[in-house]
Design a protein around this ligand. Structure first.
Ligand code: AMP
Ligand code: ZN
Length: 113
């Protein structure tokens, strides 16, 4: 079955994309859980955190740097935000293409549900 996030990265299905470069794509989550809720994905298909290896280290750093810059642009850097990567069933992962959630614009509970 085709991967929905690969399809978004390839422009085959629509999304509110605000970041698009050689390595990563950023778009707004279709079911926002906070006033600001975006996702960053690598163009390369990696299913879960468990599938990362040493060669992906720079890619992971790019996701975090893009998230940081996005938070600054959205005006939530000072108020704060949360980065989340869910892994497999207990982690609450529903889309099996690695993605970094950026959530902000409201106070985030801890611990998460
Ligand atoms: P996770 O539960 O961590 O795997 O997160 C998957 C996220 O992808 C959820 O927050 C969904 O709302 C979001 N999502 C699923 N399909 C789409 C889509 N077509 N466009 C944007 N976000 C999506
Ligand atoms: Zn994929």
């Amino acid at each position: 079955m085709a991967c929905i996030f690969c399809s978004i990265a390839e422009g085959k299905i629509p999304a509110k994309i605000f970041h698009d470069d050689e390595h990563i794509v950023g778009f707004y989550d279709i079911h926002p859980q906070a006033p600001v809720h975006a996702l960053f994905i690598p163009r390369k298909h990696i299913s879960t955190l468990n599938d990362l290896d040493e060669n992906d280290a720079q890619l992971l750093a790019r996701l975090f740097l893009a998230a940081k810059e996005f938070a600054q642009r959205e005006g939530i850097a000072q108020s704060g935000y949360r980065l989340v990567m869910n892994c497999n069933s207990d982690g609450g992962q529903t889309v099996y293409h690695l993605h970094l959630h950026v959530l902000g614009g409201r106070w985030m509970k801890w611990p998460p549900g």
